[in-house]
Design a protein around this ligand. Structure first.
Ligand code: PLP
Length: 413
């Protein structure tokens, strides 16, 4: 333990001196290399689901516990599919989190849908109360993001959507392993999307739309998988079958190599979960009595964390430095991936969301003004770091924890 040594910024020895990058995901094991090599010789382009695309989708559906999973080139494309499948039109509105990665909401804005932004709770998440404040007669749907792995309070959100006859969509990109009161996230609403970009389950680039609704599954195929797949898999008696050849005009397939990486990841999902959850538990136990930082993790009686990143809440009243200074002190100790997130923030005043006409020129409208004190309180105190979870990660896991403990001790007042 190095808590007695002076801080690195004061000439002390940094806690960690490990080569960067400190987080690489997925871990490129010989096994993964062999998986990709095999797929390279098998097929680089699949027009239907008879090969690795179908294998990946079946494995993903089993992983979430849903009947249907449809793969896409990105989570963003899969969220765009939800916008079209939901049948939202200009004049309709959707309630979305003001605090999220912007791709939760931008595909709706692309289509000219009004996005109404709701405030966050102490986990950065929507609640029925924050949604209620933004409800208007034009609202047709809600999209939630389970931020940084913490599940939203889904029973009250499901009830809110039922009471107001709203479609419920979930962005589970941070929450591949999360449950709310025993139920897997991604199974509460009409459709859900899991980005498989650099997330807890990854395909490099990619995204998956899951649903238990047969019609939504077919419309998802129509949106991103035209021609052969649509003609093979869509019910020929469906009113939209005449579109099977052309789809709706777009193609959003995941690559076969990405799907092969995804199958490999899902084969190892239990191991990924076990390792990441062990790190989360270890940090939570070690930081439980820390006056400056506490893990931002929902109580186990409410749910299980989704294991994307480890989130911390900084307590400025007990510290002699600001949150950003705290992060800089951790960097000086060699813990370079301790991070105050930049691109995930209040997105409500982005000009894209003031744009109603999808064919309009690139002239920014007047963005709506944000009134989201919960978002400000959360975003101003949030810190994240990687959840590793692979062979050989112990020096990083232990080193980052030591750095956090050392810096906290030095700045506690
Ligand atoms: C990563 C992410 C997305 C976008 O997914 P891509 O696969 O990068 O297109 C959407 N929402 C959230 C919350 C994300 O973290």
């Amino acid at each position: 333990m190095t808590t007695t040594s002076p801080l690195a910024v004061h000439g002390g020895t940094p806690v960690l001196d490990l080569p960067r990058p400190h987080y690489q995901w997925p871990a490129v094991t010989p096994d993964l290399e062999e998986t990709v090599r095999r797929q390279l010789h098998r097929s680089l382009s699949d027009r239907d689901a008879s090969g690795v695309i179908g294998e990946f989708e079946s494995a993903f559906a089993r992983f979430v516990g849903v009947p249907h999973a449809v793969s896409f080139a990105s989570g963003t494309a899969a969220i765009h599919a939800m916008s079209r499948i939901a049948g939202l039109q200009p004049g309709d509105a959707i309630l979305a989190p003001a605090y999220t990665f912007f791709a939760t909401a931008t595909p709706f804005a692309h289509d000219g849908i009004e996005v109404r932004f709701a405030d966050a709770d102490r986990y950065g998440n929507l609640t029925a109360a924050t949604l209620t404040k933004k409800l208007t007669p034009s609202v047709r749907a809600v999209i939630v993001t389970h931020m940084w792995g913490n599940p939203c309070p889904m029973d009250e959100i499901v009830e809110f959507c039922r009471a107001h006859d709203l479609m419920l969509l979930e962005d589970c990109s941070h929450a591949h392993f999360a449950t709310w009161r025993g139920q897997r996230v991604g199974t509460f609403g009409d459709m859900a999307v899991f980005s498989t970009n650099q997330k807890a389950i990854t395909t490099g680039e990619g995204g998956v739309l899951v649903t238990n609704n047969d019609r939504y599954r077919e419309l998802a195929l129509l949106f991103g998988h035209y021609n052969k797949r649509c003609q093979q898999e869509i019910d020929p008696t469906a009113e939209y079958y005449p579109y099977a050849f052309t789809g709706m005009g777009l193609k959003h397939r995941i690559t076969t190599l990405g799907a092969a990486i995804g199958v490999h990841q899902l084969d190892h999902a239990a191991d990924i979960e076990r390792r990441r959850r062990a790190i989360l538990t270890r940090y939570a136990a070690s930081l439980a009595a820390n006056p400056v930082i506490e893990p931002a993790v929902v109580p186990e009686t409410d749910g299980q964390h989704g294991l994307y990143v480890l989130g911390l809440r900084f307590n400025p009243t007990n510290a002699s430095v600001t949150r950003d200074e705290f992060v800089a002190l951790c960097h000086a100790e060699g813990a370079a991936d301790v991070d105050a997130p930049g691109s995930t923030r209040d997105i409500s005043s982005e000009p894209l969301f003031a744009r109603r006409d999808p064919f309009a020129p690139w002239v920014p409208g007047t963005p709506p003004t944000a009134d989201v004190p919960g978002v400000t309180a959360f975003a101003d105190t949030f810190i994240k770091l990687p959840l590793w979870g692979y062979e050989g990660d112990e020096p990083l896991v232990a080193g980052y924890l030591d750095a956090l403990v050392k810096v906290s001790a030095a700045v506690t007042r």
